[in-house]
Ligand binder design. Structure first.
Ligand code: ADP
Ligand code: MG
Length: 413
């Protein structure tokens, strides 16, 4: 593994105010600064943005960032600008595109965000020939792969652009870890195999527990009592969100709802209140959480099963970003699985097999008497130790035998 030199650490401190790197960040940054093309697979929240933003500040010229969504670009633009980084976006939503192009040509930008369909146009390639480019960062790089669930044909058009600038290193970033997608990213974007860096997916400070649901409201009240810090409760429907928020709010704890059916002003207000709070509970659908930066979430509870192991990992991963102990508790019922299986039967036929596999993998996680973390990590291609000592099955192995029997009966029904 490559390590960063003292001037890199100084730049990290000066630009972001961070005293050190996290995990593989250092290795990725060191490679990029060496001009080596790299593909980094790092879980959500691991700090992928920094791996191109820091080199963007340090290298002469502009780092061109390919990003799939205007909303994502504008989020990134805001946080980069807040750190004093000279950044701009080039999208249909920007009215100052001429000024951006002038600044780019003049070498006055550290970062330029652009969508793949615009980046792959001949116009943009010409522009790049007349501007100093330090790095290509391809964010959400799994979009280049048909194996991934977010395939974006526009990402396939990037290769000729990248190849037109062979001296500019490429950095592909994604949180999607399965082997097919990884291999595809390297092949499609022309990154050497030894340029692949996969970060650990383990979140050792999260304590996983998965319990059969008997009385959801009573169980959730118990969870709130045991967890006084800020937390998120995921519920499957908007109606369920409203209902649980009202019932749990009646206990005296500050509880707010969040789902896509709420007015956007209400959503924004509830989200801001949650981010600022030290004890609030947000009852939400999966619409809540993406792009929310709250490191001290102390627990994430699921009132019903998530859609998949990926969804479970992503949602529970919002707990304990600060590294302090946090809890992830899922309450499940046989009716959740029955409904999910019914839904699988209703999807288009060519997707049915993979949807069924997703659900089976989730059922195996719920059903297991073995270490939950081991199942999760193996799912993401990691080779974990047999036991973690920080999940319900490792901490209370005796009781689990019965629960598993029960689970097996219910699941096979
Ligand atoms: P990702 O894109 O991998 O999901 P982000 O780049 O959005 O993650 O980073 C997630 C959070 O981690 C941000 O709030 C970021 O400021 C923070 N972060 C990143 N690197 C570090 C670091 N070295 N030290 C402390 N915080 C960091
Ligand atoms: Mg990101």
């Amino acid at each position: 593994l490559q390590t960063a030199s003292p001037d890199v650490l100084a730049a990290l401190q000066d630009t972001f105010g961070f005293s050190g790197f996290r995990g593989v960040q250092e290795h990725v940054v060191a490679r990029v600064l060496n001009g080596q093309s790299t593909s980094a697979v790092m879980p959500t929240g691991a700090g992928k943005s920094l791996t191109y933003q820091l080199p963007a500040v340090m290298l002469r010229g502009t780092c061109v960032v390919i990003s799939p969504l205007i909303a994502l670009m504008h989020d990134q633009l805001r946080s980069a600008t807040a750190n004093g980084i000279r950044a701009a976006t080039l999208t249909s939503a920007d009215t100052d595109r001429m000024a951006t192009i002038d600044a780019f040509r003049a070498g006055e930008l550290d970062l330029l965000y652009i969508a793949p369909e615009r980046a792959s146009q001949p116009h943009f390639r010409e522009l790049l020939s007349s501007a100093p480019v330090s790095l290509f960062a391809i964010d959400e790089a799994h979009c280049v792969s048909e194996w991934g669930h977010d395939f974006r044909p526009d990402y396939r058009l990037l290769r000729p652009l990248l190849d037109a600038f062979p001296d500019v290193p490429r950095l592909a970033l994604t949180a999607t870890a399965d082997r097919h997608t990884r291999a595809d990213i390297l092949a499609q974007l022309g990154i050497p195999e030894d340029g692949l860096i996969v970060a650990g997916f383990d979140r050792p400070n999260i304590r996983y527990a998965i319990r059969p649901r008997d009385n959801a409201l009573r169980q959730l009240k118990g969870i709130l009592e045991e967890n006084p810090g800020p937390g998120i409760i995921y519920a499957p429907t908007r109606a369920k969100v409203e209902q649980l928020a009202a019932s749990l709010g009646a206990t005296g704890r500050r509880v707010l709802p969040y789902h896509a059916g709420l007015d956007s002003a209400v959503r924004a207000r509830n989200q801001a209140a949650f981010v600022a709070s030290e004890d609030m509970v947000m009852v939400a659908t999966v619409a809540f959480g993406m792009g929310i930066d709250k490191p001290d979430v102390r627990f994430v509870a699921h009132a019903g099963i998530p859609k998949s192991i990926e969804g479970y990992y992503q949602e529970t991963g919002r707990a304990g970003r600060d590294g302090d102990p946090a809890a992830a508790i899922m309450l499940w019922g046989a009716d959740d699985f029955a409904r999910a299986r019914q839904r699988v039967g209703e999807v288009e036929e060519h997707r049915r097999a993979s949807e069924r596999q997703r659900l089976d993998a989730l059922a195996a996680l719920v059903e297991t008497a073995q270490c939950r973390r081991a199942i999760l990590l193996r799912h993401f291609g990691e080779d974990p130790p047999e036991t973690c000592g920080n999940c319900d099955n490792c901490l209370e192995p005796a009781e689990v035998t019965d629960a598993t029997e029960l689970a097996r009966k219910l699941l096979s029904a």
